[in-house]
Write a protein that binds this ligand. Structure first.
Ligand SMILES: *Cc1c(COP(=O)(O)O)cnc(C)c1O
Length: 360
């Protein structure tokens, strides 16, 4: 069996140690005689798994007491609707930063519920930087401000957190949560689909400040009300138990790596290596302004796009897979989340250099 270096943007690579542990526990979790996927979500075995996962996530992110952590389904895309349903709280407008493909989707969904003010947009420069504080235009009427700290498709990451005064800040952290320490207290709500950096698909993590829970928009479905899940420990209905368990194993793995400060050091180093190799080459280009370059998703194009298919085919033969860029931007994209070892990045760089030597 040969494992490949998988650069997929999501579902993405998981730490091998986590997969091995899951394999070991697959038929009989801790003497229960059951797979976690076969357990009652309300039984004491699964409850202990669920509680441990939440405790570990809280520890990793230093989540303050007045925040609730929810383990939901529906993906980040489901949160595009749940955020306005829960955060408008009587208001009729919200402010959004338009910084890439995922922001655009969040904006389109929010428009079903309220007026959307675009507090900043980088669309006219083709989403190649994260706006700075002075580029933001925030009106006092916005019930909340939404942004996408890491744009997975364009590879643009905010180097700092926007200042929004009293307005709660909502953040789609799908592709950056757990890649580095964050100050949770700066946010009203943080959400992430798990399949990028947290675990397998099917689980959506929401971290929400308590005072924002409990005033949903009229007509909000029970399942879309944060209060439903906050009041029931995310067990109002059957949660995604196996995904929750696997995410819990990832959280424990992260703690063993030294937590998020250690991950940030590793992630920054991996990204710097790859960007340096791209910038030093005559064949590869990344269009993003250096200060806004993502540590997690590194898009790049080849000077001669007719080489794209050859690049992908030869990369795959070298055990480097899922490098094809998103269909909307073309070229290549290397997603290098927590689970991608530095070795994978080094092998990719060597491959790119060798490819350039032969065809560049
Ligand atoms: C992948 C991604 C999404 C979509 O997530 P789903 O869980 O598939 O709904 C949304 N936002 C960002 C930033 C993403 O990377």
């Amino acid at each position: 069996m040969a494992r490949v270096f998988n650069f997929s943007a999501g579902p993405a690579m998981l730490p091998e140690a986590v997969l091995r542990q899951a394999q070991e526990e697959l038929l009989d979790w801790h003497g229960s005689g059951m797979c976690v996927a076969e357990m009652s979500h309300r039984g004491k075995e699964f409850m202990s798994i669920a509680e441990q996962a939440e405790a570990d996530l809280r520890e990793l992110l230093a989540v303050p007491e007045n925040y609730r952590v929810l383990f939901l389904q529906g993906g980040a895309s489901g949160q595009f609707a749940m955020v306005p349903m829960n955060l408008l709280r009587g208001g009729d407008r919200a402010a959004y930063l338009n910084t890439g493909s995922w922001s655009k989707k969040a904006i389109a969904e929010a428009k079903r519920f309220c007026a959307v003010e675009i507090a900043a947009s980088t669309e006219d420069t083709r989403f190649t930087h994260a706006p700075t504080q002075i580029e933001l235009n925030l009106s006092p009427e916005a019930a909340y401000v939404h942004y996408t700290p890491n744009e997975t498709i364009e590879g643009v990451e905010f180097p700092c957190v926007p200042e929004t005064g009293d307005r709660p800040l909502a953040a789609d952290m799908s592709s950056t949560l757990l890649s580095r320490p964050i100050d949770v207290s700066r946010y009203g709500v943080i959400y992430a689909g798990a399949q990028k950096n947290l675990g397998p698909a099917g689980l959506t993590v929401v971290i929400v400040r308590e005072d924002l829970i409990g005033r949903p928009l009229a007509g909000t479905p029970t399942m879309s009300d944060y209060k439903t899940h906050a009041d029931t420990g995310s067990m109002y209905n059957t949660p995604p138990t196996y995904a929750w368990y696997l995410a819990g194993l990832v959280f424990q793995w992260l703690k063993r790596q030294g937590g998020l400060t250690a991950m940030a050091t590793i992630n920054e180093r991996k990204a710097k290596l790859l960007y340096a190799a791209i910038d030093a080459s005559g064949l590869y280009t990344n269009p993003v302004e250096p200060a806004s370059r993502s540590w997690m998703n590194v898009p790049f194009t080849l000077a001669d796009p007719t080489l794209d298919q050859r690049f992908l085919t030869e990369a795959k033969a070298a055990g480097l897979v899922a490098l094809k860029g998103h269909r909307s931007v073309g070229g290549m994209r290397a997603s290098i989340y927590n689970a991608m070892p530095e070795e994978g990045v080094r092998v990719l760089i060597s491959f790119m250099q060798e490819f350039e030597r032969r065809y560049g």
